[in-house]
Design a protein around this ligand. Structure first.
Ligand code: GRF
Length: 215
């Protein structure tokens, strides 16, 4: 069982999908701690509700970013975490923390990276007029929303979509993609070579998604 530490800042629907995956008998990972930099994060409640260790580390209570990260690092290590899963964690990380967890920390982002890094993704997707968007799970690097890509799901942009509609549609895919990526890592099928992910024995991709569909 791969031991996961999940970092959150908010509502925690991706955390919820990881919790539910970890409850399945055949899932090769378990959550050993959930840490939020915001004490009021709904995700902490979700964790407690499922009997998981839920730790609030209010970044405002620390005198520096480094001090906050040292505390987070200490909590992750004392819980025996082997893979850090950022799930809506909204703090920029220092090079020190990124190096400390190099190739042992992943993130989920609601776009097909490297397009649309950063925030307000769905607004910018609509503004750009792309027909496909999606979500990405990647290893964390010092640069925000960058790093070797593990898995992606494509989601259509539909006529009349508002940012909220896209958010809901992309989130549904996030909830399936994050557990898939964690499973592949836990099964030892993922390695990083020259800053790209290489698989051994990963499931074949699905068929291409056309948007609009083929007539
Ligand atoms: C998700 O869209 C995730 O991709 C992004 O932040 C959002 C977190 O949502 N990094 P939730 O807290 O998991 O519901």
């Amino acid at each position: 069982m791969l031991k996961l530490g999940v970092l959150i800042s908010g509502r925690g629907t991706n955390l919820q999908s990881l919790i539910e995956s970890c409850q399945r008998a055949d899932f090769p990972a378990e959550i050993v701690t959930v840490i939020s930099n915001r004490p009021d994060a709904l995700g902490l409640e979700r964790a407690r509700h499922h009997g998981l260790k839920a730790v609030a580390l209010d970044h405002k209570a620390f005198k520096s970013r480094e001090a906050f990260e040292r505390a987070m690092d200490g909590e992750l290590k004392s819980a025996g975490v082997e893979l850090v899963c950022n799930a809506g964690f909204m703090r920029i990380l220092t090079d020190w923390f990124v190096d400390e967890w190099m190739d042992r920390q992943i993130n989920i982002h609601p776009s097909l990276l490297p397009a649309f890094r950063g925030i307000h993704v769905h607004e910018r997707v609509l503004e750009a007029g792309v027909r496909l968007t999606g979500c990405t799970v990647h290893y964390v690097r010092a640069e925000m929303d960058a790093g070797p890509i593990i898995a992606q799901a494509a989601v259509p942009v539909l006529p009349g979509d508002k940012p909220e509609d896209l958010e809901v549609r992309v989130l549904q895919s996030e909830h399936r993609l994050y557990p898939l990526a964690v499973r592949l890592i836990a099964e030892g099928k993922v390695r990083v070579e020259n800053e790209r992910v290489v698989f051994t024995d990963a499931p074949a991709p699905g068929t291409p998604l056309f948007s609009p569909g083929l007539a």
